[in-house]
Design a protein around this ligand. Structure first.
Ligand code: HEC
Length: 162
């Protein structure tokens, strides 16, 4: 085959593949609720990326690095400060969207205290960010509160499994 035909052939292959895939994705997995669920899960992945390394340093599994620790903690703070209320749409809990989310319906209950739990994390992250670059002992002193804030919200508002 000449280059030109190869290119055309590839283009046809690619467009066939996407014609097949796109409508399926939109129907099952790409409406506003699905997008909001993915976005909030992405936010939690950022949390876990930042605190994962901080915990590894605290446990001695990763070498402590003051600049990196300070940056990770500052990034955690920045993400906790985003106003992401729009990602928690009605009908985006794990009964309405089985298999896609672990968010429990209790999040949306009238007496839900998820806002307080989010605030607790914000405060803990801020506390950590103030000292994370001041040495391993300082990091160890504040990181526990962050881990507790994560766990406490998961206990009440996140299902074990999808
Ligand atoms: C205010 C409540 C709350 C706090 C605080 C919280 N989480 Fe979560 N987390 C949730 C909920 C609810 C889900 C399920 C989201 C979903 O599946 O739609 C979740 C999901 C996750 C996930 C899975 C994301 C995915 O891709 O499915 C990770 C990882 C995670 N949290 C890590 C953390 C870490 C680390 C912290 C602390 C730094 C934290 N969370 C703090 C409520 C919280």
């Amino acid at each position: 085959m000449t280059m030109r035909f190869k290119t055309i052939f590839m283009a046809i292959l690619i467009s066939c593949a996407s014609l097949g895939a796109i409508p399926m994705v939109q129907a099952a997995d790409d409406d506003a609720v699905a997008q909001a669920i993915k976005a909030r899960q992405a936010g939690f992945r950022l949390y876990s990326f930042y605190v994962g390394q901080l915990f590894a340093m605290a446990k001695g599994e990763q070498e402590y690095n003051a600049d990196l620790a300070a940056t990770l903690a500052n990034n955690l703070v920045a993400v906790t400060e985003l106003s992401n209320g729009m990602m928690w749409l009605p009908e985006s809990d794990n009964t309405a969207r089985q298999g896609k989310t672990r968010a429990l319906p209790e999040i949306w209950a009238a007496d839900s205290n998820i806002g307080d739990k989010a605030q607790t994390l914000k405060d803990a992250a801020l506390g950590l960010s103030l000292v994370a670059g001041d040495g391993l002992d300082a990091l160890r002193g504040e990181i526990g509160a962050v881990g507790e804030a994560c766990d406490s919200c998961h206990e009440d508002f996140r299902a074990e499994d999808f």
